[in-house]
Design a protein around this ligand. Structure first.
Ligand code: FES
Ligand SMILES: [Fe+2]
Length: 399
């Protein structure tokens, strides 16, 4: 009996290590070892100061008139006003209440109400994180110094592509959203089988229905590769020989069709909320001018009545993840043979946490600038071996 309780306590602790993202938590240290998107350039053009909650921290993201960005604590250290209502000066963000001004390093550089010669402002400093723009996303690093390099993955920077990004907000923990990527079978049972049941009821033609003959997983420099062999394909199928990556800790990169690249990045807002960026990079039409802005669109998972939109592929994934609960009770799961990828992923995350706690870099930490130029080529199969035509795959626009 004691044994059972101990085992449960151990498991509960293990899942806390994986799911919690706040400052000082093991999982929070893991997230803070990587650059994460904090916003988009498009939204900052509309409004130059925005509140951002990231890894359980309340921050404001701002765009200075010279086009540089800052990410600093939301609470004004004077008397606690939210700096989301601040206004931009060329050199910093000005609190609306008494005009204290903060630069993008979190230094207080002006206190207009204080007597000349006052040194109070020199003793005030608030939290500030670096921001870098890449591919229309604003990336930040919230971990200890020295910051690693922001990896220039091809999907975000390769020339000759037209890009756009969808955004979804999910009221659930990040882990259950990313585990979906290590779970190839759900494609067969949910996106194909379930979709076809719905389509049959509606008198619609079925989408392609295929069966996984086998699946496999392996590590690569930036995370893990997921491979599948569909029944009827030969072993030289790129989905089996190459597969596609899950870049640690939270990004999937796939090819949709005809060189249309797609990435999905899940960013923990806090323990029970996740932002999901759906990132498309399609071949640019011949002769088109380079994009000056990467458009952003909403990608909802919910119907107006608050239930999951299960007719589309993205609504199926997101709606079911949300239905698992705010932080799904991993301890109550009955993991099966088909969950090998999920188990490997959890184990790999726990190993990265152990590495960080031992003062080492986790997998995918980039510190060699030579590897980062002109970009990092991700391994990915040439295309998915199935088509969602007719399945309203709105994650990558509806088609
Ligand atoms: S509360 Fe911000 S300047 Fe006073
Ligand atoms: Fe899916």
């Amino acid at each position: 009996m004691v044994d059972k309780t101990e085992k449960r306590n151990e498991a509960a602790e293990r899942y806390r290590r994986l799911t919690q993202v706040g400052p000082g938590t093991p999982g929070g240290k893991l997230m803070r070892a990587y650059w994460l998107p904090a916003g988009t350039t498009a939204s900052m053009k509309e409004k130059s100061v925005r509140p951002v909650r990231l890894l359980g921290e309340d921050l404001v993201l701002f765009r200075a008139p010279d086009g540089s960005y800052g990410l600093i604590a939301k609470r004004c250290p004077h008397r606690g006003v939210s700096l989301e209502y601040g206004l931009m000066d060329p050199d910093g963000l000005v609190c609306p209440y008494h005009g204290w001004k903060f630069d993008n390093a979190g230094r207080c550089i002006d206190q207009p109400g204080e007597p000349a010669g006052s040194t109070l402002k020199d003793r005030i400093r608030i939290k500030a994180y670096p921001v870098q723009e890449m591919g229309g996303l604003l990336w930040t690093y919230m971990g200890p110094s020295p910051a690693p390099l922001l990896p220039r993955f091809d999907v975000f920077v390769q020339d000759g592509r037209t890009r756009d990004v969808g955004i979804s907000k999910l009221p659930c923990n990040w882990l259950q959203t990313v585990e979906n990527n290590m779970d190839p079978l759900h494609v067969e049972y949910l996106h194909m089988g379930y979709t076809n049941r719905l389509r049959k009821e509606q008198g619609l033609k079925p989408v392609s229905q295929r069966h996984h003959e086998k699946v496999d997983y392996e590590f690569f420099e930036y995370g893990m590769l997921k491979k599948r062999l569909w029944e009827g394909d030969t072993e030289d199928s790129p989905e089996w020989t190459t597969g596609h990556p899950v870049v640690f800790p939270t990004m999937l990169a796939i090819v949709v069709q005809d060189d249309w690249w797609h990435a999905q990045i899940r960013v923990p807002v806090d323990d029970t909320n996740t932002i999901w960026y759906w990132y498309n990079a399609k071949p640019a039409p011949e002769g088109s001018a380079p994009q000056t802005e990467i458009p952003v669109w909403d990608n909802p998972w919910m119907l107006p009545d608050g239930t999951a939109d299960l007719e589309g592929v993205n609504g199926q994934d997101m709606g079911l993840m949300v239905s698992q609960g705010a932080i799904t009770d991993h301890d109550e799961e009955n993991l099966a043979t088909s969950d090998r990828g999920v188990v490997m992923f959890r184990r790999a995350l726990l190993e990265q946490i152990d590495r960080i706690e031992a003062g080492k870099d986790p997998i995918g930490t980039l510190r060699d600038p030579a590897k980062n130029h002109p970009w990092i080529e991700l391994p990915r199969e040439t295309s998915l071996g199935f088509s969602f035509v007719g399945a309203r795959f709105s994650a990558i626009h509806k088609y």
